[in-house]
Write a protein that binds this ligand. Structure first.
Ligand code: SAH
Length: 219
């Protein structure tokens, strides 16, 4: 996975590559999919959601430029895999998930990996961020937003970086936002497809009929 899917496609950050090489991804996929845990695709998890394709996790992580002690907000805990990658990179993570059942399963996995003190999981609408925990050095939104959520931009520290897929429910542009004082630089970083962000700054509950979401879409 690391050599072909990540390094082979231009992921350069050796620390990110090392963490993804050592983190057991099979612990984060449902029983029955363990044999394809390292394949080049997103995989379905409970509640109609997905664990992102390994390349997309690596790309988003690299764009965030994480480092030890960085305070990071993740929106969309899902399986907990992305949060585990950030924690193993030394980040202190607050991860928000709207599905309590997914949050519960992710909590157990992260505890078992000894990452309890690095990742706090909160059940709720992460599209409005976590003002009580702001500012953040990094914000990673792992679901598709219709626009750059203002509330999240406002919770970035000066110099902070946010990575968020922005677009329709079917296609998005991976977008990097960098805060410089009161100015927000944006950079387009390539096409992607994520499950919808649902909530106040996201799409409505009925954004994408479940039968239209392919679930195993390769990004
Ligand atoms: N980062 C995850 C992948 C997440 S898939 C991983 O590594 O496995 C996107 C997740 O975002 C889903 O679990 C979905 O339930 C969640 N989500 C969607 N809208 C949300 C919102 N407004 N607040 C919090 N979580 C949300």
């Amino acid at each position: 996975m690391v050599e072909r899917q990540l390094r082979g496609r231009g992921i350069l950050d050796e620390t990110v590559l090392a963490v993804m090489a050592s983190l057991p991804r099979e612990l984060f996929v449902p029983p029955g999919l363990q044999s394809v845990a390292y394949s080049d695709e997103a995989l379905p998890i409970a509640a109609g959601q997905s664990i992102s394709q390994p390349y997309m996790v690596a790309r988003m992580t690299e764009l965030l430029e994480p480092g030890p002690g960085m305070h990071v907000l993740e929106v969309g805990t899902g399986s907990g895999y992305q949060a585990a990658v950030l924690a193993r990179l030394g980040c202190v993570v607050v991860s928000v998930e709207r599905h309590a059942d997914l949050a519960g399963v992710a909590r157990v996995r992260l505890d078992e990996l000894g990452l309890a003190d690095r990742v706090r999981i909160v059940v709720g609408d992460g599209s409005v961020g976590r003002p009580e925990d702001a500012p953040f050095g990094g914000i990673l939104v792992t679901a598709a937003a219709p626009w750059i959520p203002d509330a999240l931009s406002g919770q970035l520290a000066d110099g902070g970086r946010m990575v968020v897929p922005v677009g329709s429910t079917r296609h998005q542009e991976l977008t990097l936002v960098v805060r410089r004082g009161d100015t927000f630089e944006t950079h387009d970083c390539g096409a992607c497809v994520f499950v919808p962000l649902v909530g106040e700054a996201g799409f409505g509950e009925t954004a994408l009929p479940h039968h239209l979401w392919p679930g195993r879409l390769s990004l």
